[in-house]
Design a binder for this molecule. Structure first.
Ligand code: BES
Ligand code: MN
Ligand code: ZN
Length: 503
């Protein structure tokens, strides 16, 4: 999909479809109360074209609700699509992101190849540049479908998407925001394309190759290591997960070093990259096991974020690490009761081989610190318990440092993603003390997302650190008007905002 930016008056835009946004200004409630949808454009021709249908009350301007008009009088566009942003006061920049995605997903299956999306002209929604960035992101995210392996895949992609900004806008600022939005949307889709790959296609080795190829394209340094390096670094926790698979592990290291930046923080991004999680000897039930191909979504988020960082060039050093392995049961697989020695020297009693994510991340966090990371963030599809706690609406966020997670939380309004801070605490750590070694890899049924986070905390130690448990959000179970069912690319945008907050 080609993306463009236009500052032409809306009525002048020649396109197959022009999308405009609307909010509902009705504040009264009741069975006979009609919605009062208002278009967020000052363009008189567009307002006139939509006036009759809007006055009927048929269209409520609910978030992502759509209404199509053909041959709108007075416009050069062949169709006018009205997309709702919701009630006045509730319409945010994120609603604009979703509306742009909705417009693309409306257009795509109808084989309409080009559309223009008019940014709302309304200060109460948000600053124009922020809406422009969000619209570009939303459109690109909306264009993605996870059907790469369908032989009858039709070329239903939208060919051209134009963001239409008001002619009197600060063009330089809007243009910069638009360019950033394209980079971010493409980076999120890059992560989604990795997550979508099945376990037989995306092995740890292939994951490493894909990351290295991307790194070369955007100018990041990259190294991909395997078994030998894990032994050399004494990554006994990471290695223990890979030892039951024929597929060698991959330790992916991406470095972003902006010229002239030799002081200040070094941010360490660590992702869980389990390309398939059978559970190992503590094998998972067959139902839904196929979903465990997305157990590398945290790693993919880091790779996607590193792509965006390389292209947006913040003035801060960043190291991206993905610990990739396949968790399989075979004659060489680790067993419950085994003791493993992590890179940090801590001994781990394996209680359940299905709690493998924390094992690979333990060594990933230690390694990031050894490379000089002063601040850490990890992302992982770590626990089913996190999904029980927060559902598929919020992902979990944990931290040992208030200032660090506050920076992360401050970026959520921009990213539009939902993360809910969860607690840590010594009392939880007590659940994972081992009688045999230093620490156990599971802490029993209660507070499972938190004991998993406390396990990681034991390896992050005092380094300011954030842990993101994205198990409930990495895969979208039901399609939405603005995004396909399948890999979500969650966390790419929020990690990026956190990184940018250190500039
Ligand atoms: N990859 C899973 C967690 C998961 C569950 C991700 C559902 C996405 C959706 C993880 O490796 C796992 O198996 N966790 C166990 C931990 C338990 C053995 C302590 C779990 O959550 O059941
Ligand atoms: Mn597991
Ligand atoms: Zn897992």
């Amino acid at each position: 999909m080609k993306t463009e930016l236009s500052f032409s008056p809306l009525a002048q835009i020649e396109t197959e479809l022009l999308a405009v946004t609307a909010i509902d200004t009705q504040t009264a409630k009741g069975p006979d109360v009609k919605p009062e949808p208002v278009l967020l454009t000052s363009d008189e021709a567009v307002r006139a074209a939509a006036a009759a249908v809007l006055s009927t009350g048929e269209f409520k301007a609910a978030a992502n609700e759509t209404l199509l008009l053909h041959a709108p009088a007075g416009l050069k566009a062949k169709r006018l699509l009205i997309v709702g942003l919701g009630k006045k006061g509730k319409a945010t920049v994120h609603a604009v992101r979703n509306a742009a995605g909705t417009a693309v997903r409306y257009t795509k299956p109808r084989a309409i190849r080009e559309l223009a999306f008019a940014l709302p002209e309304n200060d109460s929604v948000g600053p124009l540049h922020a809406m422009c960035r969000a619209a570009a992101e939303g459109a690109i995210v909306g264009d993605f479908d996870p059907d790469t392996y369908r032989s009858e895949r039709k070329d239903v992609s939208v060919h051209s998407f134009t963001v239409a900004a008001p002619p009197n806008a600060d063009q330089a600022a809007v243009k910069a925001a638009f360019n950033a939005g394209v980079i971010i949307g493409d980076s999120q889709n890059f992560a989604r394309s990795l997550v979508n790959e099945p376990g037989n296609k995306l092995t740890p080795t292939v994951f490493g190759q894909r990351a290295a190829k991307m790194a070369a394209e955007v100018g990041l340094k990259s190294e991909v290591y395997s078994t030998e390096k894990l032994h050399e670094l004494k990554m006994g926790a990471f290695w223990s997960v890979s030892q039951g698979s024929e597929e060698p592990p991959a330790l992916i290291v991406l470095k972003y070093e902006p010229e002239g930046v030799t002081e200040g923080p070094v941010l360490g991004l660590v992702g869980k990259g389990i390309t398939f999680d059978t559970g190992g000897i503590s094998i998972k039930p067959a139902d839904n096991m196929e979903k465990m191909k997305y157990d590398m979504a945290g790693g993919a988020a880091m790779v996607g974020a590193m792509r965006a960082i390389a292209l947006l060039k913040p003035r801060v050093r960043v190291i991206g690490i993905v610990c990739s392995a396949e968790n399989m049961p075979d004659g060489k697989a680790q067993k419950p009761g085994d003791i493993q020695t992590a890179m940090s020297g801590k001994t781990i009693e394996i209680i359940n081989t299905d709690a493998e994510g924390r094992l690979v991340l333990a060594d990933g966090l230690t390694y990031a610190r050894s490379l000089g990371a002063t601040h850490l963030i990890d992302a992982a599809t770590l626990t089913g318990a996190c999904v029980v706690a927060l559902g598929m609406i919020n992902a979990g966020a944990f931290s040992n440092d208030d200032a660090t997670i506050e920076k992360f939380q401050a970026g959520l309004a921009t990213s539009g993603e939902k993360f809910w801070r969860m607690p840590l605490g010594d009392e939880y750590y007590d659940q994972i003390r081992s009688d045999i070694g230093d620490i156990k890899n599971t802490g029993g049924r209660w507070g499972g997302a938190i004991t998993a986070a406390e396990f990681l905390h034991a390896f992050a130690e005092d380094t300011p650190w954030i842990h993101l448990d994205i198990a409930g959000l990495a895969w979208i179970e039901d399609k939405k008007p603005f995004i396909a069912k399948g890999p979500s690319g969650v966390a790419v945008r929020s990690i990026l905002e956190w990184v940018r907050s250190y500039e």
